[in-house]
Write a protein that binds this ligand. Sequence first.
Ligand SMILES: C[S@@+](CC[C@H](N)C(=O)[O-])C[C@H]1O[C@@H](n2cnc3c(N)ncnc32)[C@H](O)[C@@H]1O
Length: 286
Amino acid sequence: MTGPADGEDPEDREDREDREDAGDRKDRLALDRDRIVGELRRAGCVFAEEEADLLLAEAADASALDRMLAERVAGTPLEHVLGWTEFAGLRILVDRGVFVPRQRTRLLARQAAALARPGEIVVDLCCGSGAVGAAVAAAVPGIELHAADLEPAAVRNARRNLEPLGAHVHEGDLYAALPDAVRGRVRVLAVNAPYVPTGEIGRMPPEARDHEPLLALDGGGDGLDVHRRVAAEAADWLAGGGSVVIETSRAQAPVSALLFERAGLAARIVTDDDLDATVVVATHPG
Ligand SMILES: C[S@@+](CC[C@H](N)C(=O)[O-])C[C@H]1O[C@@H](n2cnc3c(N)ncnc32)[C@H](O)[C@@H]1O
C-alpha cells in the first residue's frame, strides 16, 4: 500500500487544516474585537470591551456583526441590539420599543419574592418585558403569576418570557387588565410603573428618550400619577395581609408611601444603596 504523495496522512492533514482554520478565525476575531472596541469607545460606550464581547458572541456572521455594531454606535440600547438582557441571573428577551429592565429593579423583584409563597397569586403590574415576574417565579416556584401592561408590544414581549413559565399575561389599563377571579386574592402586587416626572424626561439619556416608549417613562407632573391610581385600587385586589411592592425614587418615596397609607395600607420604604434602588412595601391590614 502506498502513502499520500506529499507524505502527509489524510487524517493528519484534516486535523492540521482544522487547526489552521481555528487559528485564522481567532486572528480575525481578535482583529474584529479591536476594531469593535475602538468604534464603541468613539461612540461613547463606557463598557466597550464587554459590549464588544457580547456582540461577537451574539452575531451569527460578519454581516450581522456589522449591522449590530452600526446600530449600537448609532445609539440603540445594547439590550435592543442583542434582543436580551441579564436580569437576576435570567436571560430576559427584550424587544425593540419595550422598556429595558434596569438592574436597580432587582430590589423590587427580591422584595416581592420574599413575600410570596408557592400557590399564592403574584401580579407583575406594568410588566414591560416581564422581567420582574420572571425573577419572582424563578425565586418562588409554584406561584400563580399574572402580568399586565397597556402597551401591546410589551404584552407580546412578556408573553415570550412568561408563558413558558405558565404565567398569564394580560393587556389593558392597570387593574382593568386583570381577570376578575384574582380580585381580593393577590398576595403580592409587584409594580414598576412609570415614575419619571414629565419635566425630567428631556434630561434622560437619549438611549431611553429615543428608544423606550414615553408611556413607560412618563409619570406625570410629579412622576406619581400612576402610583396614585395603583394605590387607589390596591386594597380591592390584595388578599388580607397581601402587599404592594412598588419601585420609586429616594426623593419620591415619602409621597409614594403616603399615597398607600391614605388608601388604608401600612407602608414602609426599603432602599438598597448598592443598587441605588428604592421601593415602597405597602401591606393590606387584612
Ligand atoms: C418603567 S416600565 C417597567 C417595565 C417592567 N416592569 C420593568 O421593570 O422592566 C413601565 C411599564 O408600564 C407600562 N404602563 C404605563 N402605563 C400603564 C397603564 N396605565 N397600565 C398598564 N401598564 C402601563 C408601560 O407600557 C411600561 O411597560
